[in-house]
Design a protein. Structure first.
Length: 536
């Protein structure tokens, strides 16, 4: 099929590629399901996750790994709304997997940030806002669980402003306090939606639109309060400024009860009408690579063992430009080698379907893509390279080993594989040897995933020895030569030969920096120097 420029642009324009992100338990899975419900992709809430799929504890997480529920494995849910298409890209909920979340956010064009009405801004919420800022991602904020007692609406708006610098542009406003929600005001139309809740929230909620007169007559105090409060946020008579949303100066704000499907319809309409479609993606030099260029795609996630029966390995790729056609032979930009695309799939819950054609914004799962790793580029025709991921600086370190000498080969193979997938960072040194690599994690739960995957996928049980390091810095060969002579740090190497220095704490890093300032400059925005000098 020869796709012309117009067709590519039309297809891209009709797509919205987004992620729902939040601190755990704010309702990410519940809202994702409610969005599917409203788009008629599913007919019952709970159809995809099921209660057992909800996370929260370590055991839930690992259980879910085993159950392969969508939150871990599906990567993307595609559904249609009218003539348009939404690609809802899934992110891990737990802070320990924030590096995965960061990678996934490289595949979307906007995010829905969920905030629990009772808890307000939580630790992970703040981190995620920062990541979105760094990535230039427009944020739609949803204050969820308004059906339960929580904080004051204006206080929540104030908290968002003071902690993120973004003003809120309310797209709806609650009539009634949290826990006593009577409905939602549409501040532009001055109407109120009153909802008839279905038992358990299993089916779509029914909305009844009340005129201002009716709403005022029925709820004189609450309706007036809602009108007054929402108008306090009005800026020069303007409720909404799309440019400010896209430039991350302001965030469109929704109040909702995801579990009751309240506020979800409005949110979905907003995404379709105002959400950004795919744009030209900057290449490694920062030059935008036009949507209408030859096919290009960006690998953001690699997942193994999704289908236990086949032990396969899927690389998830976002289409950045052109048209993807199954069977085409693309080029793997990192190796320059041809990459056949015969097995390309879309994953929905546990179901998979073959993808024949995909357009900018879509996500395709490439099966048995053993050479691909997160951050890789595939392209056809003209050559392009998108910027690779910079690994997060790990903060938890352990030596990994297997007690069974007959399993050394499986152990090495498994560790290398998990390194390639980005499950854990792996460092070697001659002194420690290949059978005793140092594993570095952003969050300790990553070690549990390593343990479980090594045993189930590679048949090599691992044990860990704790290491007393908490800071890592990528260094160059000159620094490696000098620092390896010191006793207060350790030099190790990534698989690609990049040297890394590990320190017990920021103070020891500071000491080494004082002795060799040119070897270890602080990366821009690094917290290490700031926090150390503040504590001194
Ligand atoms: P997460 O993916 O962000 O971690 O959150 P998840 O959707 O799993 O929701 C966490 C808990 O919050 C769930 O309760 C869920 O039912 C509840 N929840 C989500 N949205 C709302 C809402 O709008 N209002 C209220 N009141 N609760 C909400 P749970 O007890 O952990 O699980 P379950 O037994 O209810 O499924």
């Amino acid at each position: 099929m020869e796709a012309d420029t117009k067709q590519i642009l039309q297809q891209a324009l009709s797509r919205r590629t987004i992620a729902v992100i939040s601190h755990p338990d704010a309702g990410k899975s519940t809202l994702s399901e409610a969005l599917l419900l409203h788009s008629n992709a599913i007919t019952e809430a709970g159809a995809i996750h099921g209660k057992a799929g909800r996370r929260g504890t370590v055991s839930d997480w690992m259980e879910m790994e085993k159950a392969r529920g969508i939150s871990v494995s599906s990567a993307v849910l595609q559904f249609t709304v009218g003539d348009a298409i939404v690609n809802l890209v899934d992110t891990p909920g737990h802070a320990d997997f924030s590096e995965d979340t960061f990678r996934v956010l490289a595949a979307v064009d906007a995010v829905i940030m969920l905030i629990d009405a009772a808890k307000g801004m939580e630790a992970q919420t703040m981190k995620l806002f920062e990541v979105c800022k760094a990535r230039g991602l427009p944020v739609i904020t949803v204050i969820n669980k308004w059906d339960r007692p929580g904080q004051d609406a204006l206080e929540l708006v104030d908290e968002i402003l003071t902690r993120t610098g973004m003003r809120s542009m309310p797209r709806n406003w609650p009539v009634g306090d949290s826990g006593h929600m009577l409905g939602l005001l549409n501040p532009e139309a001055m109407t109120m939606n009153r909802y008839t809740r279905a038992p358990g929230g299993a089916k779509k909620v029914l909305a009844e639109k009340l005129s201002a007169e009716t709403a005022e007559a029925e709820y004189p105090l609450e309706f007036q309060t809602a009108v007054e409060e929402s108008s306090l946020l009005e800026l020069e008579d303007q409720f909404y400024d799309r440019e400010a949303f896209l430039a991350q100066e302001a965030t469109p704000l929704f109040f909702a009860s995801a579990v009751q499907n309240i506020g979800v319809e409005e949110l979905l309409h907003f995404i379709m009408e105002q959400g950004p479609p795919p744009q030209a993606r900057p290449d490694a030099e920062g030059t935008p690579y036009e949507l209408t260029s030859d096919f290009s795609g960006y690998v953001f996630k690699v997942q193994t063992g999704m289908d236990k029966a086949h032990r396969d390995r899927i690389a998830f790729m976002r289409i950045c430009s052109g048209v993807f056609e199954r069977g085409m032979v693309a080029t793997h930009a990192q190796s320059g080698k041809p990459f056949p695309t015969k097995y390309s799939q879309q994953v929905f819950g546990r179901d998979r379907t073959t993808v024949d054609t995909a357009w900018p914004g879509d996500v395709v799962g490439l099966v048995n893509a053993s050479t691909l790793r997160p951050g890789d580029t595939l392209h056809a025709g003209q050559s392009v390279l998108f910027p690779p991921f910079k690994p997060f600086a790990p903060e938890h370190f352990r030596v990994g080993k297997t007690g069974d000498a007959s399993k050394h080969k499986q152990f090495r193979k498994g560790i290398e594989q998990l390194d390639r997938e980005g499950v854990i960072q792996v460092f070697y040194s001659e002194r420690r040897g290949q059978q005793r690599p140092v594993l570095g994690a952003v969050g300790p739960m990553q070690f549990e995933v390593v343990s479980s995957r090594m045993e189930s996928d590679f048949g090599a049980a691992v044990s860990f020895d704790a290491l007393d390091y908490s800071v890592a810095r990528d260094i160059d060969d000159e620094a490696a030569a000098i620092l390896s002579e010191r006793q207060d740090c350790e030099v190790l190497y990534r698989n690609d030969g990049t040297p890394v220095a590990l320190f017990r704490d920021p103070w020891r890093l500071r000491t080494v920096q004082r002795d060799h300032p040119h070897l270890l400059p602080d990366p821009p925005g690094s917290a290490t120097s700031a926090s150390v000098s503040a504590r001194r």
